[in-house]
Design a protein around this ligand. Sequence first.
Ligand code: MN3
Length: 196
Amino acid sequence: MAISLPELPYGKDALAPFITANTLDFHYGKHHKAYVDNLNKLIAGTDLEQKSLEEIIKIAAKDPAKAGIFNNAAQIWNHSFYWQCLKKAGGVATGAIAAKINAVWGNYDKFAEELKNAGATQFGSGWAWLVLEGDQLKITKTANADTPLAHGQKALLTIDVWEHAYYLDYQNRRPDYLAAVIQNLINWDFVNANLR
Ligand code: MN3
């Protein structure tokens, strides 16, 4: 039972001009695919071959000898989740998550600023997240492949801040990429669905 690369939930040009088809060609077609190919090679013939992606992540997170497996498995999950977090319609939060955001941060702009700051200040490669830890809504950041799944948190939203996510469109201007995503591309219907 090999792990497969999920379909991109929209066309390659669906997020332009904020994230271009050129970026998605490489980011989905090369980077995400490579993590899938690498993981399948690493787990071939082992007992992990029969496990789900989520189970592989949780098992490998506890075993330093499985760091390579963890990195590839977590990157597959993080990217599949990230694609679903994006949609061209964006704007401010709606629905149940909007009320929760206001309860924690006071207003949407404060939340958006803190989310952008989390991504901008992640040193090197990683991810910015909105997560639930128990009942508590939190903005976090993780390094490299690390994922809320490995920390008992429920992921609600993520933004990839690896250079490959933005370099073709924004070069070194990571804060501009973050601002464009937060202002234009967050799929709040998906975030709300993750709350349930
Ligand atoms: Mn990436």
